[in-house]
Design a protein around this ligand. Structure first.
Ligand SMILES: Cc1cc2nc3c(=O)[nH]c(=O)nc-3n(C[C@H](O)[C@H](O)[C@H](O)COP(=O)(O)OP(=O)(O)OC[C@H]3O[C@@H](n4cnc5c(N)ncnc54)[C@H](O)[C@@H]3O)c2cc1C
Length: 552
């Protein structure tokens, strides 16, 4: 395979050579480096790459160039190669122009010149951009293959588990792909044994569970140590932040996740309100970075294991995992977030994951290319999903019970939805039924004002409605409200009012009524339900864990 290309552009030949020298030294092994001394020359080079079907990973350009500025050139690059990363080198005076370019042309990053020393100023930025690019372009080199039926719950679960764990895979549809039939025959798999998941060591897993896939791929599914200082349940933003702070501050830290890291945020196509990322970042990107950070500090992460119980064992707590293992820890942070409520429409549960989905990762939009997609919900999550589906689908219909979107969705999303030609918003409308033979074929919509019913043909229904915590596993001991949100700190009733509390001090801010058991993020009563607040609470819970551990 030819190496992907990086193009560096500066009208001053000396500067162009200096950029090329720095980049070649660090990236020359994996990328081909090409320099150009004008926007026109760079566009010519890039046009030829496109014709030869070669990959363009990154364009680094100076802003101030005669005839065509860096931004003008990058705008045209974006049209030729929409997924190339774009980096602008600017003078301080051009900062405003560069910030506008983030919105207007999708500029990925701007840097002030000069970039010396490159090890500190230039390479970290380019490493990040190229890592992102690599993550989106590794399908071809992927060694995991999933062979199955498009409309199968188990296939959907396997694909979704791999996607959410950032494991690249190749999808082979048994109904459309000759190689798929051949592989199934070679493996001698029967119709009930699909999907087949072919892993790099040559094994063919038959209709595997998430746990079996994780195990076969070498993801950690068991805790290594008998006792931890801190066990975090749930690996969304709150759990990941607690893991980063816990491990970096010297606590033996374990995170247990029933599915894949990232939680709800991992499903977001673009988180635009998280501090420090003016262009927004995808949930997958945020998760990938946070997992790398937590792992670097030494946090252990056990995946594909659901926590099903919590027990007091003398001075420590035992976190019970489905399948048998128990993990002991001196303190526990509950960061299990919330899950979408089921849609109470006739026939919907019979369809399972064959056309009806609760939430969606950004990657799922691709499979709806050219089709009609229905999205139920009116919160930011539904809005983001609709915009992401609109990139691929022929038409996206948002089904909204309320009379407006504005009451529940951020204005920037409402404005973008209004501008999108292929998104239709059906206000005061509900889905009351779904039908299909083997997979979803149509839904019935009702107009809440007039009561008129209408059947709409579609194979894709994505539901993003009212999220609820699933905290039954905490048993009777840990106080929750009637919806299951965990009650903490001041909401508990102080030293005397807290159920079962026998210590002289009152519960700490994020502590539950069981000393040493904390809650952070969406699972906590009255939490803000945002990525930033979940991250903040995860970090703060570790400060309180330290105080608790110092007191026992
Ligand atoms: C599509 C979408 C888009 C969003 N966009 C934005 C946005 O742009 N900006 C913003 O600020 N917020 C956004 N949000 C909200 C934000 O993602 C949440 O507020 C945030 O993820 C909450 O983090 P958390 O860690 O508390 O919980 P979660 O993200 O819900 O994570 C909880 C984790 O715990 C795991 N878990 C649950 N039970 C168990 C168990 N028993 N055993 C083991 N593991 C368990 C789950 O699998 C999950 O991974 C969005 C949400 C969605 C769904």
């Amino acid at each position: 395979m030819p190496k992907p290309t990086i193009v560096a552009v500066d009208d001053e030949p000396l500067v162009a050579r200096a950029i090329a020298r720095d980049l070649r030294g660090r990236y020359g092994g994996d990328y081909t480096l090409v320099t150009a001394t004008s926007g026109a020359e760079a566009l010519d080079v890039i046009g030829r790459l496109v014709l030869r079907d070669r990959s363009l990973a990154l364009v680094v350009t100076d802003q101030r160039m005669p005839r065509m500025t860096g931004i003008e050139m990058l705008e045209q690059v974006g049209e030729l190669v929409p997924d190339a990363k774009l980096l602008l080198l600017t003078a301080y005076a051009d900062t405003d122009v560069a910030i506008r370019a983030i919105n207007e042309i999708g500029l990925d990053y701007y840097m002030l010149k000069p970039w010396d020393p490159p090890e500190q100023r230039l390479f970290p930025v380019i490493d990040d951009l190229l890592d992102d690019w690599r993550r989106d372009h590794r399908d071809d080199a992927s060694e995991v293959r999933v062979v199955g039926h498009r409309w199968s719950d188990r296939t959907h679960e396997a694909k979704s588990f791999l996607t959410r764990n950032h494991v690249p895979y190749r999808w082979l549809d048994i109904e459309r792909d000759d190689q798929a039939t051949q592989l199934v025959e070679l493996a001698g798999a029967g119709p009930d044994e699909l999907p087949l998941v072919l892993v790099p060591d040559g094994r063919a897993l038959r209709a595997p569970s998430a746990f079996e896939i994780a195990d076969a791929l070498g993801l950690r599914t068991r805790a290594e140590q008998p006792l931890y200082d801190l066990c975090i349940v749930g690996c969304g933003p709150a759990g990941l932040a607690a893991a980063v702070y816990g491990a970096s501050e010297g606590l033996r830290t374990l995170v247990v996740e029933r599915d894949a890291p990232g939680g709800q945020a991992g499903q977001s196509a673009a988180i635009e309100n998280y501090l420090g990322f003016p262009k927004g970042l995808s949930g997958a990107d945020l998760t990938h970075r946070a997992v790398a950070q937590a792992t670097r500090f030494g946090a252990e992460m056990v995946l594909a294991r659901e926590v099903v119980g919590l027990e007091q064992r003398g001075p420590v707590r035992a976190v019970l995992l489905a399948g048998g293992q128990a993990v002991e820890a001196r303190a526990v942070v509950v960061a299990t977030g919330v899950s979408y409520r089921r849609l109470g429409a006739r026939g919907i549960d019979d369809l399972g994951a064959r056309g009806v989905y609760y939430g969606a990762t950004a990657a799922e939009a691709v499979q709806c290319r050219g089709e009609d997609v229905y999205v139920v919900g009116a919160a930011n999550s539904a809005g983001q999903a609709a915009l992401n589906f609109a990139l691929y689908a022929k038409r996206v219909v948002m089904v909204v019970r309320a009379a407006t979107l504005e009451a529940t969705m951020s204005q920037y999303l409402v404005a973008r939805i209004a501008k999108a030609d292929n998104i239709e918003v059906r206000l005061r409308t509900e889905v009351v039924a779904a039908r299909g033979n083997g997979h979803l074929e149509a839904i019935t919509l009702v107009d809440r004002a007039s009561g008129t019913q209408e059947e709409a043909p579609t194979s894709w229904l994505f539901v993003f409605i009212g999220a609820m915590p699933r905290t039954d596993w905490l048993g009777e001991e840990v106080a929750r409200d009637d919806k299951g949100f965990v009650v903490t700190g001041q909401d508990l009733g102080g030293t005397h009012g807290t159920p079962g509390w026998s210590l002289d001090r009152a519960p700490y801010a994020l502590e539950t009524n069981v000393p040493g058991v904390f809650a952070a993020g969406d699972v906590r009563l009255d939490s803000m339900k945002r990525v930033a607040s979940a991250v903040g609470e995860g970090a703060m819970s570790v400060y309180l864990v330290h105080r608790y551990l110092a007191s026992i």
